[in-house]
Design a protein around this ligand. Structure first.
Ligand SMILES: *[C@@H]1O[C@H](CO)[C@@H](O)[C@H](O)[C@H]1NC(C)=O
Length: 456
């Protein structure tokens, strides 16, 4: 995928990247709406002692409405590009993952080679170089720090102003190259770690580590029933968070002690690079319905989207998806639909010719509300993966990424859905006529990131 940083579009989630080319995803790139840049800053008055509220404080946005922005993004993406950035050594010199946006519209971008800060005009303000460790996870902004993790097993806090290390704590021998999220709230930072065998597809992160976000001191660690992939913890109140493991099992955990309040769901022996979402008093998880390793991966391998009661962990509803639901859905108000919806991209990456769709379900009962028939994988691999292999390898970052077919979607203030695809397009989707299908220029706009190539 063209990993040029699009003006405010970025948010990276592409599956996991690496050479164990099974079908991971280089990371889930979640792409986000173009427009935070144009949005109004929401900085609180510094004189009031309230904490500053960042525009988009993590790779998945802000508590409590993750993946939903209070700003409106431009629908006509291709016409509204404000600026682009590519690595000065060439667009394949790094792989980009997560973006966060602060109260002053500055953008923090993690990549295989470190973290960079840009101002709203695209000017780079600082750079933190991490090689040979790679920063494969989306970092979070917390109390003046950018907190992320690297593949050498470190959780790192950088000063948002200077990019200098505030603390760096080794929490495991390795942290996986999947594309998870380092999340922080209430003085606690969470990261997945302990990358090792066994797992349904080989190595995976086995442990969750909580750290004191001010000092980097280790607080507690927890090993779930199965490893995690693209670890995405979501806070549900001041004291708890939820996440899913790679079988789709949901957990609600006490943030300060690591005690499990409930766990439920999942399908043993399966593997997904999808993630959880919260909203409507529920936790949503995804899993594949075939045991791993899949016997002949196809675009038609079904999966399941499940909704659990946030308080009790009881299953509220579940639906079978006709393609793998292998990304974190977004829960929010989608244009022209009543109540809250679950936006669920479905697609099997790394299968040439496979089709990618986006399904939107009612958050109340799982009824299908609209469908977008997206693009087909045209190449052997996703856009940019093969093309940049030699350059990346020579430069010392991982050769391939194998990103998820779709990024994790986001929803803007008008209920437009923004989602990136493995073929290199970022889409804006809305069902204007309410007929349940996204079709036509008024309902679908896209921007081809490959037009931004800055190499010969
Ligand atoms: C983090 O450490 C500081 C300094 O020891 C302490 O005051 C604070 O309470 C700790 N935070 C948490 C969440 O434990």
């Amino acid at each position: 995928m063209a990993r040029a940083l699009l003006a405010a579009v970025a948010t990276g989630s592409l599956g996991f990247c690496l050479a164990d080319a099974v079908e991971g995803d280089c990371k889930d790139g979640e792409q986000q709406g173009l427009s935070f840049i144009q949005a109004k800053a929401m900085a609180r008055d510094p004189a009031s002692k309230k904490a500053v509220e960042y525009h988009w404080g993590s790779g998945r946005g802000n508590f409590p409405e993750y993946a939903v922005s209070h700003a409106t993004a431009p629908f006509e993406l291709a016409k509204k590009i404000a600026w682009t950035w590519s690595h000065p050594m060439g667009r394949f010199a790094t792989l980009t993952y997560g973006t966060a946006i602060d109260h002053q519209r500055n953008i923090y971008l993690s990549g295989a080679d470190g973290v960079r800060k840009f101002d709203e005009s695209g000017k780079q303000l600082w750079e933190y170089e991490s090689l040979p460790a790679e920063m494969m996870d989306a970092p979070s902004l917390h109390d003046g720090k950018v907190i992320g993790s690297d593949t050498k097993g470190n959780v790192v806090a950088l000063d948002m102003e200077t990019g200098k290390v505030v603390w760096k704590s080794k929490v495991a021998k390795e942290i996986g190259q999947d594309n998870g999220f380092t999340m922080a709230k209430g003085g606690v930072a969470l990261a997945a770690c302990d990358w090792r065998n066994p797992g349904p597809k080989g190595e995976a992160n086995h442990r969750i580590q909580a750290l004191n976000a001010s000092t980097g001191n280790l607080m507690w660690s927890y090993e779930p029933d199965n490893p995690v992939w693209n670890f995405l913890p979501l806070f549900v109140d001041d004291g708890d968070f939820v996440f899913q493991d790679l079988t789709g099992k949901a957990y609600r955990v006490d943030l300060h002690t690591g005690n499990v309040l409930w766990k439920n769901g999942g399908l043993d022996g399966t593997w997904t690079d999808g993630g959880a979402a919260v909203g409507n008093g529920m936790v949503f998880t995804v899993h594949n319905n075939e045991k791993a390793p899949l016997d002949g991966l196809t675009e038609f391998n079904p999966g399941t989207l499940s909704a659990f009661n946030l308080k009790t962990g009881d299953l509220v509803w579940k639906v079978v998806t006709p393609r793998p639901p292998n990304n974190a859905p977004a829960v929010g108000k989608v244009r022209n639909l009543d109540g809250l919806s679950v936006v669920m991209p479905v697609c099997q990456q790394v299968v040439p010719g496979s089709n990618c769709d986006v399904h939107v379900y009612s958050a109340d009962n799982g009824n299908l509300q609209w469908v977008f028939h997206g693009p087909q994988q045209t190449g052997l691999l996703q856009a940019g993966d093969m093309e940049g292999l030699a350059f990346r390898t020579a430069r010392g970052v991982r050769g391939m990424c194998l990103p998820n077919g779709w990024s994790a979607p986001s929803i803007d203030a008008e209920g437009t859905v923004f989602v990136g695809n493995e073929e290199g397009n970022l889409y804006a989707l809305r069902d204007v006529d309410g007929n349940g299908v996204i079709y036509g220029d008024d309902e679908m706009q896209s921007f081809d990131t490959k037009v931004l190539r800055t190499w010969a």
